[in-house]
Design a protein around this ligand. Sequence first.
Ligand SMILES: Cc1cc2nc3c(=O)[nH]c(=O)nc-3n(C[C@H](O)[C@H](O)[C@H](O)COP(=O)(O)O)c2cc1C
Length: 372
Amino acid sequence: MLRFYTAGESHGKGLIAILEGMPAGVPIHEEYIHVQLKRRQLGYGRGARMNIEQDRAEILSGVIRGETSGAPIALWIANRDWRPDEPDITRPRPGHADLTGALKYNFRDVRRVLERASARETAARVAAGAVCRRFLEELGISILSHVTEIGGVAATWRPKRWEELREAAEASEVRCADPNAARQMMAAIDVARERGDTLGGIVEVVALGVPPGLGSYVHWDRKLDARLAMALMSINAIKGVEIGLGFAVARTPGSQAHDEIFWEEGVGFYRGTNRAGGIEGGMSTGEPIVVRIAMKPLSTLLQPLRSVDLITKEPVEAVVVRSDVCAVPAAGVVAEAMVAIVLADAVLEKFGGDHLSDIKKSYEEYRQRIKE
Ligand SMILES: Cc1cc2nc3c(=O)[nH]c(=O)nc-3n(C[C@H](O)[C@H](O)[C@H](O)COP(=O)(O)O)c2cc1C
């Protein structure tokens, strides 16, 4: 239903995202996309580049007078530190695409790999995701995220209400809703920075207002959990995805692993718990979708790891390019964008139409039927 492509290199002229399949009639402005791009750039532990970048997306096509037209939407984000003539790099960094990319494409210069493999590309995803997010808002679906762990420091408290959780996370420099844990996370980042080291962590992404029945129990490749896992795993440095109880479910007895079903006049069917994280049988249940991602510590270390020069085959230290200490808070914003893209696609699959008004009508009819 929905396709999106990105193009561009980390220090090229800029990035392009093309989003195809968005219906007509969705109100969207550059300023809305800008807010999301800015969120990706914030966060304690980011490097100097974030101050240079100040991303802005320019809408090149597919939006007329502030509304999508149904045509492909092309978005352009200029790179402010465009550096076309950088020297070759022959010292591949462990944990990056550097060595395998050079072998695969027959490059003697690792820069040709890292320019594209860099997570700079995720800015284009956030821009495309912002359009999807705006579309989902029209149907009452919203997405939030919060950091639950950095460098082994875990949040132990969280506000009970989603809106409060969202506000607390947005107000935190590490996007963590537990202020005590947030302080410890920042201290851990400071220690890692001093040591020339890096830190990973865990982010939880939550989608609210999702109706039951998105995805499929019929087709393996349309299962919502599978689509979310792929989209989230595709983010640079994400090494694990879990939904609901996640891996803990393997250690939980069946009596405490599932969500019992209830019904009430005026409310309809509902669950007392949400251990499944809002997805059963490859479909959304109507409960909040709760997904967590695990991010590895960044691979570019100021105290470089051991490597081998591509040309001389001599042992060397991996190249150090400007890098973050911790990008977990930013990864949460990228993850929100990927969840928005997957959910927008699943909504279009179920309620598809060429104009937003058609989709809203079909969506309302379905909701009414479910209620009855
Ligand atoms: C938002 C974001 C920012 C990142 N920034 C850096 C960085 O500054 N330095 C770094 O070494 N890796 C960074 N990464 C991770 C690398 O891009 C990633 O580890 C690398 O491309 C190899 O891919 P893989 O870890 O998925 O195997 C970042 C990832 C994300 C999502």
